[in-house]
Design a protein around this ligand. Sequence first.
Ligand code: ADP
Ligand code: MG
Length: 667
Amino acid sequence: MAIKNREPSDLIRELSLDSIEDIIYSFPKKYKEFTVVKSAEDVITGKNLAFKAQIGMPVYYPERKRLVKVDLNIEGKRASACWFNQPYKKIQILKLKPSAYFAGEAVANNREIVFYHPMVGKEPIYQNSGIYPEYCLEVNDNEVRTIIKKVFDGNGIIKETLPESLINKLKLMKLKDALYLMHFPKDLSNLERARKRIAFDELLQWKLTILTEKQKYNSKNAPILNPDSELIKNFISSLPFKLTIDQKRVVEEVFSDVKNNKPMHRLLQGDVGSGKTVIAVSALLCAISSGFQAAFMVPSEILSKQHFEKLREWLAPMGVKIYLLTGSTKKSERNLIIEEINKGVPLILTGTHALITEGLELKNLGLVVIDEQHRFGVRQRLSLIEKGICPHTLVMTATPIPRTLASIFYADLDYSEIKTMPEGRQEIVTKIINKNDVKKLYSIIKENLKNYDSRVFYVCPLIEDSDSLRLESVKKRHKELVNLFPEFEVGLIHGKIKQSEQDKVMQDFRAGKIKILVSTTVIEVGIDIPQANIMVIENPERFGLAQLHQLRGRIGRGKLGSTCYLLVDEEAYSSKRIQIFEKVSDGFELAEKDLELRGQGEIIGSKQSGIDQTLKVANPLKDTDIMRVAQKVAEVIMQKDPDLLHFKELKFKMEKTFKDREVIKAI
Ligand code: ADP
Ligand code: MG
């Protein structure tokens, strides 16, 4: 069969890998352990067993869920193997007669020992050890293994990344051996040693990347800014509220940073709605009042527009120039803005990352605020530096992440935190509602809209923009609600709608022309509409906790009491995540719970964070010992050999891993 002849190059293509080496770095996702049967006594039910068996005639029972059953003789013990809905197994087994290798769980069924859907083959499926690596790829495990074996047999593919002295000193396994064992483990303890070696490599590369970057920042001078200006005082006193104690403290922390010519690199964590924007603006104004330009970068167009409008409302009366630049800014307008920038006059530029990716020359840039950081990559920050400018940088997280994680992932940043919410904020009540009771929900919405000047968010789970099936469902829900609420305007917003149209919808919703907004997660981050007091989230089980918290953060921003309804079916009702989300409203606490439930990746939004691609085997939360050693080694290397002249292979790997992928976005 054609399948048999798959070559490494086929796998590279099919799995969209870059090189042969990547095949080696496609590690098994998990390892199953089998006891290798040596005698009849080893055949015990409830255990994962690997064995060679004599096989009888396979029998096909079309009426019994298309069962294929075959009798086995395992070292004298009788058992059987069963497959449902795989009639082709019959021929496969026939071909293997009189004996074959199996691996699977032995199950007791009416005094019989049965293996349901065991793995079967002509060659031993298990390694010598009985450890079975599972790749969870589209290509069959056996084939993957055959190809990997081929790659290993080829010459000189794997180059050692560490000098021998270091390997010996740290008692590490050689890279080649470690990589081999990841695919062909001999036993569990060896496998763990192999994993540790590769984890060390990953963490060392990561630490070196951070240190290299830090050095780049720190070797540059940032402009000294003046926070004691009338402009800033006027701004703060013009606010319709008083800063909370936490806000005041963080503002002071920022001010004391920017007075220095050492560039600020500060991370600000604060729960959704804790008032981070005011801090951002205070920071931006430090640049303005010292004659510099400032940039406010946010992850979405909608949000950049909102910030732009807010800033204009607050600052335009004080004569501060503010511009909005996004991917959809018209060319003529863009040119005008660029002209202003080139003049070097103090101004605030608000926008998406188009701000820095589109070749702007921000020579006079004094300070950058990056809002909702985890969507931004280290590349963006670096590309500013590469343009020869070194602004002060304030990074703000959208949703808090646990302190432990923050200290790992934002290792090179100073840390500020807003713990308390502004006064008078009403806690958002969260309620799980069964889809069968949706009528009740509709009447609550109706009452609410009749009695108050309020707004309702109605979120449907459309996670990927390409998800056309569910896009239909958002549109359908919109139509339904339009019919159900003839007395109120019901709007619709999602990523497939033209930007200008999205803007219009948002504007109408803000102004109260639209009362109910059916939306996808485009409204997830940052949107601030104080009148919004009801949020309905349909199928909340499709979202992660961090994302749910972001969504919920769109309400509870004004004077009205706010409620978040989670619309679920029976199945989702019992979801632990949903239960936790109903009870816990504090973002920091939720983040801790999230960490317990899912591990590191999801919190930072694993898909976006790129951590999955860069740290394949290391787990910064668990491999703390390796982390510590990697940190130390990285520091020594940076001191003695900052250009990594003696670590060419490591450097090559580092650049490959950390360059284009928006690495550890959180750095
Ligand atoms: P986030 O931290 O999520 O970015 P925002 O900066 O959008 O939060 O603030 C949320 C809301 O709280 C805004 O409407 C903002 O004007 C308001 N706000 C901020 N600080 C205070 C304060 N000290 N007292 C009262 N309201 C505040
Ligand atoms: Mg915000």
